[in-house]
Design a protein around this ligand. Sequence first.
Ligand code: ADP
Length: 427
Amino acid sequence: MHNGLIELRNICQQYKSRERVFTAVNNVNLKISEGEFVVIVGPSGCGKSTLLRIVAGLQKPTSGEVLYRGAVIEGVNPHATIVFQTFALFPWLTVQQNVEVALKARGVSAGSSATRAVELLDRVGLDGFETAYPRELSGGMRQKVGFARAMAVEPELLCLDEPFSALDVLSAENLRRDLLELWASGKIPTRSILMITHNIEEAVTMADRIIIMDKDPGRVVAEHPVSLPYPRYNKDASVIHHMDTIYSVLAGQTQPEEVEMGAEPGEAGHMRTLPSVSLNELTGLMEYMAEMPADTANLYELPKELNVEPDNLLRLSEAAEILGFATIAHGDISLSPLGETFVEASIILRKEIYAKRIQRLPLVHWVLQMLQNAESNEIKWDDLKEVLEAEFTPRVAEKQLDVLIDWGRYAELISYDDREEVFSLAI
Ligand code: ADP
């Protein structure tokens, strides 16, 4: 039985700018129990950071209540600490002194704070770096000092605002693992963690529960429990399944998969062709839309503004729609929360989102399976074309292969050797 640690009741946050009152967070209710690792995902501007500040008591909401262990909290929550994307370390202090600052601020004596700081640094794996200066450390190590400093406060509730997003892939991976180990070991007094991220894989591999938010106004649209044992690997079928579900929610998918996606070759039903566009262009379209008010553009004006052929634009919008990046209604195309998440993502994350989304398309799924079953995971262009000609005219089959090459390469799912004219699985 879990005990409630923190509870948000009917939280609303409005911001006033000039004449306008803007609702950044609308009626959010959220309860986090002891022992829970909760992650919030959602597009920029949906109020994630605002909520985190409210939880930590750094900001008073316009209305609603924050309860901590059942009691209403006013002002800063002494039991919560926030770790930000880039931790501001004092450059003129050593690693150890940076941690001691936090301890002294809590009233720990100078003598004990030195011992404690060394312990904390040891725990995050920085043994031997006590006398180094922040500039001498890698980004990952600096963030570890940030974690050690946050731990020095011994927070019962640890709030993390995209703590890994500024790090290179390897450091992020290591630090995630370290944090999960620390969390699971019970060596830290932290009872609950609330983390914000844009990275769906990170959310699924770390969280007990994922809160999905959307904007205009910022609100919770869905919750998704993830009860998988740790360690979780991104290639595990169960992890992939959870990621797909989160992407579907972000994409605002309303139709069952088979209706929305069409049939695979050989199955009864309509087989959908892949729109013949390059993913580079599609990325360009989404970046453009993200600059527009309400992330919406008019389909009839777009060709002129983007300098693309109207036909090509139609194919691009179709691609955006089948990948769940946009919705089209009344001649307007609008980014979905997934599309917004994509635009905000790093190049590596964008490739992952593309990979996730295009694998759902029956044609891509089918070709991937054929490659998996093929000798050396390779199939000749000619052979694949022949198979596709059972479904499509020769011209369409060829076009589909072109699209597969472009999309497969971009998403790093399928490779194509131009000289040998062979498709293979990208590893
Ligand atoms: P997220 O973390 O999901 O990107 P934020 O909580 O930072 O969202 O912001 C939610 C919305 O509130 C955004 O539209 C942002 O511009 C606005 N906002 C955030 N802080 C302030 C502020 N201090 N004053 C005015 N508007 C703000």
